[in-house]
Design a protein around this ligand. Structure first.
Ligand code: ZN
Length: 529
């Protein structure tokens, strides 16, 4: 007798082929049969009539390493059908954390990991101590973290010895099962690395059969150049390159999605192992300090805060921004498109725009921004509406572009329910399957499921997840295609998505009748060395 039978649903198996009506039998964590009107018996049968039965969704780009220790039930994600999260992205990982850099490490990650206790740790100890969660987790080690541990926040090339140290720390992380290296070249200290430094580290990845993912050097005025830099890493080393959250920020760059997509498609046509992902929103989120020119954070957070108080620094900031736009985000119409998401030391300001805050205080907006950063000790996280919706839909609609929320798993109560975070934590995948497929018709349901399951598994090199077939791990999402939708908004982000009735992870039911069972069957997926 099997453990579970999901009966009567329409199976979209994640391979990109059209769906069929079938029953899915699960036993001992694996799918054992998919057949129409199955006569197999099971301890429990789930009625999926009128619903889609799909592989569990893969969120290929997340920051849930900063919240899963606080919210191991991964509420906002699992309720959208997500069963696997890839963490350690954009160059930031909580490990390795060396004793002599702990203060700098904590200050650095404060706007990204509010409430999380960061401790001194090797990568192996970190993975071992990571709690049991509801979702499967793939870990990456961050380039910014490796650099911070080695050269601190100094804005300069690394020495030969420092590079050797970074290579050793990378090898240790890979030996501990890290899937690969992520970079965040748009911000300090990663931005101080040249392409040669990245290629040197990618050669280490190559030796271990590991992968590279990149928040590229620029997503605004020099976006195409930055995408080419990432592609060149695949060309030089043969490692798989995942270009994160593809976007065009800044009003001067709107309308360029087609050209950017073409650049990556061309590389893929040449046989290079390159993928990219995106989230279906025109608004990004980042630490506020990252919007300022990169020199402002030289030496770390305390020197930045001291600098921001000085009038001549503000004049230089004003001139730089007038000339180049914001770092990584380009030119924005005004500070009214930037709103406070989480301000640990000024929590009452969450939800207000920086334009509004400056007007209230009758100060120049940039002075308002600097004052705010100082008052919040550099820990502010913001939302910035810097993309055109048309570009976002064009990127989302491309069937080969994968789906990464770029967000962490949150919950409507407890330690991760604070502030006004980006609604994508609660809505990315439901928005894809609801708004993008059903309401906007950007792509078919089969294509959308394929993106976020089978195609994502292939990009990760996983051969036993992301598809429904006998022998594969039983990660399954059951949802109503007419009802699935995201409810989270910028004003009221802490709202779970609708329409997902059952989620199974490694054969265990985690969402049952739309409610979380409390089960924590997720596995830490370690890359096989
Ligand atoms: Zn990023």
């Amino acid at each position: 007798m099997d453990d579970l039978l999901i009966r009567g649903g329409h199976v979209i198996d994640g391979t990109g082929t059209p769906g069929r009506d079938a029953d899915v039998s699960i036993d001992a964590g694996r799918i054992v049969a998919i057949e129409p009107r199955s006569s197999r018996s099971a301890h429990r049968a789930i009625d999926a009539r009128g619903q889609i039965v799909a592989p569990g969704l893969i969120d290929i780009h997340t920051h849930s390493d900063f919240t899963l220790p606080l919210n191991p039930r991964a509420e906002s994600k699992i309720r959208q059908g997500v069963t696997l999260e890839v963490v350690g992205n954009c160059g930031f990982s909580a490990a390795p954390a060396l004793p002599e850099r702990m203060t700098m490490h904590r200050e650095y990650l404060a706007p990204s990991a509010p409430g999380l206790e960061l401790t001194q740790t090797t990568f192996a100890e970190y993975v071992a101590a990571f709690p049991a969660t509801s979702v499967n987790v793939i870990f990456q080690v961050g380039h910014n973290t490796l650099r911070l541990m080695t050269a601190g926040m100094e804005s300069r090339p690394v020495t030969r010895e420092e590079l050797a140290t970074m290579e050793r720390l990378l090898e240790e992380a890979l030996a501990a099962g890290a899937w690969g290296l992520s970079s965040g070249l748009f911000t300090a200290p990663g931005c101080d690395a040249d392409s040669a430094e990245i290629v040197a580290l990618a050669r280490v990845l190559r030796r271990h059969g590991a992968a590279y993912s990149s928040h590229v050097r620029d997503e605004a005025n020099r976006g195409a150049e930055a995408v080419r830099e990432a592609i060149a890493v695949a060309e030089a080393t043969g490692v798989h390159v995942q270009i994160a959250h593809l976007k065009l920020s800044g009003v001067d760059n709107w309308g360029g999605a087609g050209r950017l997509l073409h650049e990556i498609e061309e590389a893929r046509r040449r046989g290079l192992p390159v993928d990219c992902d995106a989230y279906p929103y025109d608004t990004a989120t980042n630490p506020l300090r990252n919007l300022l020119p990169r020199w402002v954070v030289e030496g770390g957070i305390p020197p930045m805060l001291a600098r921001l108080g000085r009038a001549e620094v503000r004049d230089r900031l004003r001139a730089d921004i007038a000339r180049d736009g914001l770092n990584n985000f380009g030119r924005i119409p005004s500070w009214d498109v930037v709103r406070v998401a989480i301000a640990p030391n000024l929590p009452q300001e969450a939800g207000r725009t920086l334009g509004e805050i400056a007007r209230r205080r009758s100060v120049d907006p940039l002075d308002g921004v600097c004052d705010f950063l100082v008052a919040d000790r550099g820990e502010t996280r913001i939302l910035i509406t810097s993309m055109s919706e048309k570009d976002v839909w064009e990127i989302t609609g491309a069937p080969w572009v994968l789906v990464g929320s770029d967000a962490n798993a949150l919950a409507t109560s407890g330690a991760t329910s604070r502030g006004k975070p980006h609604p994508r934590s609660y809505g990315t995948h439901a928005r894809l399957l609801g708004t993008c497929v059903r309401d906007l018709g950007l792509l078919t349901l089969t294509a959308a499921v394929h993106k976020t399951t089978g195609a994502s598994a292939a990009a990760l090199g996983l051969d036993d997840r992301g598809v429904l077939r006998a022998g594969a791990w039983a990660d399954v999402a059951v949802f109503d295609p007419a009802r699935i939708s995201d409810l989270a908004t910028y004003d009221d982000p802490h709202q779970y998505a609708l329409g997902v009735s059952t989620v199974v992870v490694n054969g265990e039911v985690v969402v049952d009748g739309g409610d979380h069972t409390g089960a924590l069957p997720g596995r830490k997926l370690r890359r096989r060395n």
